[in-house]
Design a protein around this ligand. Structure first.
Ligand code: SF4
Length: 151
């Protein structure tokens, strides 16, 4: 059985920055069946719910992993360390669970894959991954967004 790591908000956990979830029934059912394990990297990294909106500035998740970019809150606070801690927590959980693939929320600065917001808080997208998605890809997991996932 293929095992997945999934964004907790897709499984119905209200862990988004605004305190809401992004429930995708098929993802929640995978968790209920024991085929997937859920994590919110931002909460795992120590950030609260609700929390200030954040975006990657100066690159994408890969650049963060290389120390060449940072994650900044809409209030100007540097949140890079929390995002890195959460990404590593997600990777540890994926390994412990035996996940070889991940279904992650599109466009998030942690979970986004393929496209994230550009750091200007103007809803403009740029190519790249969020911090957790980038780390999971580096570790060899197949990462797809909820919009690409078909159960
Ligand atoms: Fe969902 Fe990921 Fe954002 Fe957590 S960090 S709320 S799991 S998209």
């Amino acid at each position: 059985m293929k095992r997945f790591l999934v964004s907790a908000c897709l499984a119905g956990v209200p862990c988004r920055h605004d305190g809401r979830a992004n429930l995708v029934e098929a993802v929640a059912e995978m968790v209920a069946r024991g085929e997937a394990v859920a994590i919110c990297p931002e909460v795992a990294g120590g950030l609260p719910v609700p929390r200030v909106e954040a975006e990657v500035q100066g690159g994408s998740g890969d650049a963060i992993l290389q120390g060449r970019a940072r994650v900044v809150g809409a209030d100007g606070r540097d949140l890079t360390e929390s995002f890195l801690a959460g990404a590593h927590a997600a990777l540890r959980l994926a390994r412990a669970f035996g996940a070889t693939a991940a279904v992650l929320k599109a466009r998030s600065p942690s979970c986004g894959s393929g496209a994230i917001y550009d750091g200007t808080f103007s809803r403009k997208l740029v190519p790249g991954d969020g911090v957790a998605a980038a780390l999971l890809k580096r570790a060899g997991l197949e990462v797809m967004s909820d919009e690409e996932f078909s159960p």
